[in-house]
Design a binder for this molecule. Structure first.
Ligand code: C5P
Length: 311
């Protein structure tokens, strides 16, 4: 999948844009700017969109899913325009996007596509920008976008955009459950009733960051389950099927169970009864940074999280 020459005189860069899950998500409070202060553990999983970047006279986005807008409302286009502006170059590229990550699932598909666009076009346009320099631009595009410049396991604080890469852990099997509906992120944060999380006045409105590790919880689950009562029973069914833990990813609607081995995850997928009609399941593994660097970064780009865990 690494970018390379596709023939004489032409250059196509092909990258994978991985999905993520939030292994832990703690909401510390609602901020004066309306965003929520988070402490979260992100991890990339082996479910990816595919992007291709080629030279062109103008900027063109071609998407395999016709329901996805291809204008400036698409984060890929906004990322391309933002990078061109930042670098002072004309925004010229043909970008092909093959969607596999469901939208509205809390898996970061659109954010990952945006980060992949920053990476792919930096390489296509021959820009002298290390990945770390792309992080502020990524943060402007969305709270989850900077994580996808790092991949692997990482802690996200602030809106989720301040990234601290963590050492790789061995790949773990997950069973994903995609309910037949998505959940808009702003609706879930709103349903959280966050004013109650904010103490009156003062600077210390946020609880201190989680000490000594990541709790097995996602503070958005109760809000998501209020909006979609089907989610609670689904999560409990995942636990009964043998998952070590089962959580909502981000603001949902995707749920994931963590299993000891692939076989256990597959059997659980086959045994889950009474899924709402139109639901799907998939077994995936987590993607360590080493693997992320091989498949999601253009050739010769140095991983943003340093070389820890990247051979
Ligand atoms: O940053 P992003 O564009 O992904 O955020 C989408 C929406 O999710 C925000 O407009 C906000 O309603 C909510 N959000 C939040 N706190 C965060 C991240 C997102 O309230 N840390």
């Amino acid at each position: 999948m690494k970018g390379g020459a596709a023939g004489p005189g032409s250059c196509v860069i092909r990258l994978e844009a991985f999905a993520k899950v939030n292994r832990s998500l703690v909401v510390l409070g609602r901020r004066p700017d309306g965003f929520h202060e988070l402490d979260t553990l992100f991890e990339t999983i082996d479910l990816s969109d595919r992007l291709e970047f080629e030279p062109a006279d103008g900027l063109e986005l071609v998407c395999s899913d016709p329901s996805i807008p291809s204008g400036e409302e698409n984060l890929v286009v906004r990322a391309a325009l933002g990078l061109a502006r930042e670098a002072g170059v004309p925004p010229r590229a043909r970008i092909t996007l093959e969607k596999r990550i469901p939208s509205g699932g809390g898996l970061g598909g659109g954010s990952s596509d945006a980060a992949s666009t920053l990476l792919g076009l930096t390489a296509l346009w021959g820009l002298d920008l290390p990945i770390g320099r792309l992080a502020p631009l990524a943060a402007e595009l969305g709270s989850d976008v900077p994580f996808f410049l790092f991949g692997g396991r990482a802690r996200g604080t602030g809106r989720g955009e301040r990234i601290e890469p963590l050492p790789d852990a061995p790949p773990e099997p997950l069973l994903l459950v995609f309910p037949p509906f998505g959940l808009p992120t702003p609706d879930v944060f709103k349903a959280l009733g966050a004013p109650g999380l904010t103490a009156a006045g003062g600077d210390d409105i946020f609880a201190s960051p989680v000490p000594g590790g990541f709790p097995d919880r996602n503070d958005l689950e109760p809000a998501a389950e209020r909006l979609r009562p089907e989610l609670g029973p689904l999560r409990r069914a995942l636990l009964r099927s043998g998952a070590r833990t089962a959580r909502l990813s981000g603001s949902g609607s995707t749920l994931f169970g963590v299993f000891r081995d692939l076989e256990g995850a597959r059997q659980a997928g086959a045994s889950l009864a009474d899924l709402p009609p139109g639901s799907r399941t998939a077994v995936v593994v987590t993607v360590p940074r080493r693997e992320f660097a091989r498949r999601a970064l253009p050739a010769r780009m140095v991983p943003a999280g340093g070389t820890e865990g990247v051979a």
